[in-house]
Design a protein around this ligand. Structure first.
Ligand code: B12
Length: 315
């Protein structure tokens, strides 16, 4: 090992970082040289170098240094490309070297879901989600279980370009769970709320969550799903005359406000048009468009629309 061990200067050059950065990472995060030969400066071993390379790559991808260091220290090979990490039977944050999905301060259910996801264990994923919906309902499940795991997945994917298969499997399980809620409740009456993704928008899970929450609250809706071209959306509005339309945009690239303008200008203009999702820019929305901040708010606005329809029908 002594022959392979490297000085701080060599390591800094190899990684393309300053020696002072290396020292900071050592002092603050414990990412220091681990080889110690009495009477000599401590040296960086190949394992240290892998940890530091992980740290460099994660921070370069925008992961906060403290979080990046946690990955680098815990799982030296977790962020590097290569064979799937060994996670079977390990805790989500057990320090046992298994790569996992960061779920922040979320509880044991989120950690369990993260572990099941890493194992690609769809039965376990379904079980955790179904149990959470049964006990806490859709909104709580989305906010405390699914959102943290999805956000953690997105974070890990952004840092490592890995886990696409995990993201797809989890997305599918979430969709199925929400669809089951909608089918189980099947509210009566004509669906007066239309849910749609913006043109080219593939992120549909938050809308599916809203659909399930509406069903749970006894409010009927129609969900068009992902990537709806504006002509198709206007066609659906024309044919079904919804009282409210929720248009979801997850990313800036799909948040073209002319889609909203077209909805407001149509002959069967809905009472309310919602621009939902982080893609929309508040300063580019046409007047009269409502922007709910989260699932609970979207649900209560939709419930208000239903109530006002009920009142005008009764009066
Ligand atoms: C699952 C997922 C996918 C799945 C979607 C499956 C599906 N049926 O929805 C698939 C695999 C299809 C996918 C594709 C892509 N994805 Co993607 N994806 C995700 C992931 C992991 C979760 C998405 C999600 O559901 N978010 C909802 C929750 C979890 O997000 P949140 O931040 O907690 O929510 C906030 C708000 O949205 C709001 N909110 C939450 N829920 C609700 C509900 C309602 C009703 C309301 C009103 C508000 C609201 O409250 C929160 C606080 O602001 C995210 C990571 C992430 N952090 O979101 C990436 C992410 C959104 N994807 C990303 C990217 C880049 C892509 C692709 C371009 C990848 C590619 N190269 O192909 C494509 C996009 C294609 C397209 N044109 O749409 C990036 C977007 C970066 C950006 N800002 O532009 C992210 C952030 C991942 C990342 N870190 O890089 N993706």
């Amino acid at each position: 090992m002594a022959d392979e061990a490297l000085s701080a200067g060599v390591v800094a050059r190899r990684l393309g970082i300053a020696v002072t950065t290396l020292r900071t990472w050592h002092q603050r995060y414990g990412l220091g040289p681990s080889e110690h030969v009495p009477g000599r400066h401590r040296r960086y071993t190949p394992a240290d170098l892998i940890r530091l390379e992980t740290m460099r790559r994660l921070t370069a991808n925008g992961v906060a240094p403290a979080e990046a260091a946690r990955w680098a220290v815990q799982a030296p090979d977790a962020a590097l490309p290569g064979p799937a990490p060994r996670t079977e039977g390990r805790g989500a944050r057990d320090g046992g070297g298994g790569a996992t999905i960061p779920v922040g301060r979320s509880g044991p259910a989120a950690r369990g879901l993260a572990r099941a996801a890493m194992r690609l264990d769809s039965n376990a994923i379904n079980e955790v989600i179904d149990r959470a919906i049964r006990t806490g309902g859709v909104v709580v499940t989305w906010d405390t279980l699914l959102r943290p795991v999805l956000a953690g997945l997105g974070e890990r994917h952004a840092a490592t370009a890995a886990l696409i298969e995990v993201e797809h499997l989890v997305s599918r399980c979430v969709s199925e769970a929400f669809a089951a809620v909608v089918r189980a409740h099947a509210p009566n009456g004509p669906p007066r709320i239309l849910l749609s993704c913006a043109d080219e928008e593939q992120h549909s899970l938050p809308l599916e969550a809203l659909g399930a929450a509406l069903a749970e609250a006894g409010i009927a809706h129609r969900l068009l799903g992902a990537r709806v071209p504006v002509r198709a959306l206007l066609g659906a509005v024309h044919r079904t005359g919804p009282a409210a339309v929720v248009l979801w945009s997850q990313t800036r690239s799909t948040a073209d406000p002319t889609q909203l303008t077209a909805l407001l200008a149509g002959p069967r203009r809905p009472l309310l048009v919602f621009a939902a999702g982080p893609g929309w820019r508040a300063d580019s929305l046409p007047a009269g468009v409502v922007r709910p901040a989260n699932l609970a708010e979207a649900l209560s606005l939709a419930a208000a629309v239903r109530d006002s329809l009920d009142q005008s029908a009764a009066g």
